[in-house]
Write a protein that binds this ligand. Structure first.
Ligand code: GDP
Ligand code: IMO
Ligand code: MG
Length: 448
C-alpha cells in the first residue's frame, strides 16, 4: 500500500478500475471490497455503465449508483465527473429500496449526489441516436444513453448541473419560472445551429422534460448538502473511500481505442478531477480483468476469437450479454500487450482476475504479442489498424471450479495465472495478482 503523504490526512482513496473494454466484473468487486470502506464514489461515466450485484439471490444492475449501495455502513457518492440521468437514477433507487426493504427516505443517508454532477437530458439521448445514425457503418455502437452529447454539452458550456436546478428552483419557483424549459429550447437551438441539424422535436420531448423536472425535484434531497468539499471533508474526518471506475481502460476517451471509445476519461488519472479531490489522498489502484476479454459495441479488438464455435461456447458459458443494452458481447482471448498497457497507464498495484469459474474449453490461447511491419512488439500500438498479425500462445490446459469444495487454484488455472505473472514481471511492472473471482456472488472470491 502506498504511504499517505501528510499527517493531516486521515482517510484515503483506493481506486477500482476496469482494465479491458468494460464489464470486467467491477461492480461485484466493489461490492465485495466496500465492506472495508466508509464511502464508495463514482467519478466518471453515467448510465452507460451496467454494474451487476447479487443480493440474496436477487440481481441488481446499477447504472448511476455506486456499487457500495447494499452495505448499511457505506455512503455512496456520485461525483462531479459523472453525468446522471435522473429518471434512471430514481428507478435504481426504487429497485434498491425494494431489495433492501428500506424506504427512499431511509436511503437518504446512503446517497450523496454532488451539486457539480451534470445531467443527461432526453435531448442528449435523442442526439446520441441521431449522431450514431449519421455515422452509418462507422458508428461507435454507443449504449444510446446520451453520453457523448451530454459530455459535449459540458464542454460547449450549455449543460447544467444538479446544483443549478436546485438553485433555480429556490429562486424562481414562486415566479412561474420556466428556466428549465428555456434552457432545453436554447440547447436545441444551439445544436440545430452548430450541426446544421433540422431537429424537429415533437411535444413528447417537452412532456419528457416536465417529467424530468419532477424527477430532479425528487432527487434534490440527495443533493442539497453536497458541496464541492463534501468528499474532502469526509476524508479529513478519517473516512476511507473506494473510488469506482466505470467502463474500462480501452474505452477511455483519449487513451482507449479511439474513436471506438466512450466520452469520458476512464483511467486512474481521471479520478482526482472526477471526485474533485487533490492527488495526495490517493492510495492504491486495483485493476479488474476477466481471464478472457469481451467487447460490446462497434469496432474490433486484437484478440477477438474468430472460431465461431469457441466464440459461442465462451459467450454462452460466461453469459456475455450487456447489462445495460442486452447486446451480445464479443469474446476474445486474454490480450497480454493490452493488459500490460492498462497496468502501466493506470499504475495498477493489485490485479484481480474475474470469471475464472467460466471455462468450457479444453485448451486456451493468450495473445502474447503483436506484429507490426514484421516487428514483434508487446506494447499496445497507437492504432489497432497498425497490427498486421497477433501471435497467440497456445496453452494446453483446462480447469473448472471443483465440486468437492477444493480450491480452483489447485487446477491448471494456477499455471495460467503464473503465465500472466511472468509477463507482468518480465515487463518490469510491480503489479501483484492478488485475487481471483470465481462466481457472481459477493463472496465468490479468493486470495492467491
Ligand atoms: P461491470 O460492468 O464491470 O461491473 O461488469 P458487468 O456487471 O457488466 O458484467 C459482469 C458479469 O459477470 C455480471 O453478470 C456479473 O454478475 C458476472 N460476474 C462477475 N464476476 C464473476 C465471476 O467471477 N464469475 C462469474 N461466473 N460471473 C461473474
Ligand atoms: P461498464 O461500466 C462495456 C461502450 C459502448 C460503445 C462505447 C461508447 O458496465 O463496464 P457510450 O454509450 O459510452 O457513448 O458508448 O463504449 N460502453 C461500454 N461497454 N461496459 C460499459 O460500462 C460500457 N459503457 C460504454 O458499448 O462501444
Ligand atoms: Mg457492465
Amino acid at each position: 500500500m502506498k504511504k499517505k503523504t501528510s499527517k493531516t490526512i486521515q482517510g484515503w482513496i483506493d481506486l477500482v478500475l476496469g482494465l479491458q473494454w468494460g464489464d470486467e466484473g467491477k461492480g461485484k468487486i466493489v461490492d465485495y471490497l466496500a465492506a472495508n470502506y466508509d464511502i464508495v464514489a463514482r467519478f466518471q461515466g453515467g448510465p452507460n455503465a451496467g454494474h451487476t450485484l447479487w443480493h440474496k439471490g436477487k440481481k441488481l444492475v446499477l447504472h448511476n449508483l455506486p456499487s457500495g449501495i447494499l452495505h448499511n455502513h457505506v455512503s455512496n457518492f456520485i461525483g462531479p465527473g459523472c453525468i446522471v440521468n435522473p429518471t434512471t437514477l430514481l428507478e435504481e433507487i426504487k429497485q434498491v429500496s425494494e431489495i433492501l426493504g428500506l424506504s427512499k427516505e431511509q436511503l437518504k443517508d446512503r446517497i450523496f449526489i454532488s451539486k457539480n454532477a451534470f445531467i443527461i437530458h432526453p435531448l442528449h439521448q435523442h442526439l446520441d441516436k441521431a449522431i450514431e445514425c449519421s455515422k452509418g457503418t462507422s458508428s461507435v455502437g454507443t449504449t444510446g444513453k446520451g453520453i457523448g452529447p451530454a459530455y459535449a454539452a459540458i464542454k460547449d458550456r450549455i449543460n447544467f448541473r444538479f446544483g443549478d436546478v436546485l438553485l433555480n428552483q429556490k429562486f424562481f419557483k414562486s415566479q412561474e419560472y420556466t428556466g428549465f424549459e428555456d434552457r432545453v429550447i436554447n440547447q436545441l437551438a444551439f445544436y440545430n445551429e452548430k450541426y446544421g441539424y433540422k431537429m424537429i422535436v415533437g411535444p413528447e420531448l417537452y412532456d419528457q422534460s416536465l417529467l424530468f423536472e419532477h424527477h430532479m425535484e425528487e432527487l434534490n434531497q440527495y443533493v442539497t448538502f453536497v458541496d464541492i468539499f463534501w468528499l474532502q471533508n469526509q476524508l479529513d474526518e478519517g473516512k476511507d473511500v473506494l473510488a469506482e471506475g466505470a467502463q474500462g481502460t480501452m474505452l477511455d476517451n483519449n487513451f482507449g481505442c479511439y474513436p471506438m471509445v466512450t466520452s469520458s476519461n476512464t483511467i486512474a488519472g481521471a479520478a482526482p478531477i472526477g471526485l474533485g479531490v487533490p492527488m495526495k489522498y490517493f492510495g492504491k489502484t486495483i485493476g479488474v480483468a476477466k481471464w478472457y476479454t469481451t467487447k460490446v459495441g462497434g469496432g474490433s479488438f486484437p484478440s477477438e476469437i474468430k472460431d465461431e464455435h469457441i466464440q459461442t461456447l465462451l459467450q454462452e458459458a460466461g453469459q456475455e450479454v450487456g447489462a445495460t443494452t442486452g447486446r451480445k458481447r464479443k469474446c476474445g482471448w486474454l490480450d497480454i500487450p493490452q493488459l500490460l498497457y492498462a497496468l502501466r497507464i493506470n499504475d495498477v498495484d493489485e490485479l484481480i482476475v474475474t470469471k475464472v469459474d467460466i471455462n468450457p474449453l479444453h485448451s486456451v490461447e493468450i495473445a502474447s504479442c503483436y506484429c507490426l511491419e514484421e516487428q514483434k512488439i508487446d506494447s499496445f500500438p497507437f492504432d489497432i489498424s497498425e497490427i498486421h498479425h497477433v501471435a497467440f500462445h497456445h496453452l494446453d490446459m483446462k480447469w473448472k471450479l471443483p465440486e468437492d469444495g477444493s480450491s480452483i487454484l489447485d487446477t491448471d488455472l494456477r499455471l495460467y495465472l503464473d503465465y500472466i505473472r511472468m509477463r507482468i514481471e518480465g515487463n518490469g511492472l510491480q503489479t501483484k495478482l492478488t485475487m481471483v473471482s470465481h462466481g457472481p456472488n459477493r463472496d465468490d472470491i479468493i486470495r492467491c
